[in-house]
Design a protein around this ligand. Structure first.
Ligand code: CDP
Length: 225
C-alpha cells in the first residue's frame, strides 16, 4: 500500500494531537507534533535567561545548539531537548503565553520547518500544526483543517491541564487560546490558514471517535486510489 503524508492543521486545542496519534497508530505511521517543537524552542529561550523573558537575538544566535528529537514509549510520545525530556515542561502556562510570539520569528520557523521536511522525507507520516498543509508539505496527499468554538476548546484544554496538575483557571485558559489563535492567524510569516485543498471539520459537536472516522475514511480512500 502506498505511503502518504497526512497534514493536520487548525486552531489551538481542537484535538489535533489526539487525532494525529490515533491515525498514526492505526496506519503504523510516524507522528510528529510540530507544536511541541515550537514549545521546546520557547522553553530553551526561557532557560537561557534563567526562566525570565526571552532575549530573542540571543535565542536566534544559539539555534544551532538546539537538538530536538522524539521518542515513543508505550502510547506516549516524549520530546527531548539536548537529551533532556521536556515533554511536561513545555505544556506549562509560561510556555503557553510565549510560544506564539516565538513562532512568529522567521529564523525560528526556517530552523524548524527544515527539520520537519526532513522528518517527512520518507512519507508514512502524520504531522500536526498550523502550517503543515500550506508550507511544510503543500503537496501532502491528505490535508485536514480543524475548527471549534473557543469555549469548547478551552474547556477541553482546561480539563487536560487539571489532569496534569496545572491549576490554571478556565478564564486564563480561554484567554490564552484566543490570544494564540489571533497571533497565529495574523502573523506575517506562515500564518495559520486553511490550505485550499484541505478538508475542514468543525469538531465542536463531534466526539474524537466521530472526527477520527471522518478522517480515516478519507485517508483510506486516498491510500487505495
Ligand atoms: O496543542 P495546541 O493546539 O495548544 O498548540 P500546539 O500545537 O502545541 O502549538 C503551540 C503553538 O506553536 C501555536 O499556538 C503556534 O503559535 C505554534 N505553532 C506554529 O506556529 N506552527 C506550527 N506548525 C505548530 C505550532
Amino acid at each position: 500500500m502506498k505511503k502518504i503524508i497526512i497534514a493536520i492543521d487548525g486552531f489551538a486545542a481542537t484535538g489535533k494531537s489526539t487525532l494525529a496519534k490515533k491515525i498514526s497508530t492505526s496506519l503504523g505511521y510516524v507522528y510528529i507534533d510540530t507544536g511541541a517543537m515550537y514549545r521546546t524552542v520557547t522553553y530553551f529561550g526561557q532557560q537561557q535567561n534563567s526562566g525570565n523573558s526571552i532575549d530573542l537575538e540571543q535565542l536566534v544566535d544559539s539555534l544551532s545548539q538546539i537538538k530536538i528529537y522524539f521518542k515513543n514509549s508505550d502510547h506516549e510520545q516524549q520530546i527531548f531537548l539536548n537529551d533532556e525530556n521536556v515533554s511536561l515542561k513545555i505544556r506549562d502556562s509560561k510556555v503557553n503565553n510565549a510560544v506564539s510570539d516565538i513562532a512568529s520569528v522567521k529564523e525560528i520557523r526556517d530552523f524548524l520547518v527544515a527539520q520537519q521536511r526532513q522528518m517527512g522525507k520518507g512519507k508514512g507520516i502524520v504531522m500536526d500544526g498550523r502550517d503543515i498543509g500550506t508550507v511544510v508539505f503543500p503537496k501532502a496527499e491528505c490535508k485536514f483543517f480543524l475548527t471549534a468554538s473557543p469555549e469548547i476548546r478551552a474547556r477541553r484544554r482546561h480539563k487536560e491541564q487539571l489532569e496534569v496538575g496545572n491549576l490554571e483557571s478556565f478564564e486564563a485558559v480561554i484567554e490564552n487560546v484566543k490570544a494564540r489563535d489571533y497571533k497565529d492567524s495574523t502573523r506575517l510569516i506562515n500564518p495559520l490558514r486553511k490550505a485550499e485543498s484541505a478538508t475542514e471539520i468543525e469538531v465542536s459537536n463531534l466526539s474524537i471517535e466521530e472526527v477520527y472516522q471522518k478522517m480515516i475514511t478519507q485517508i483510506n480512500y486516498t491510500i487505495r486510489v
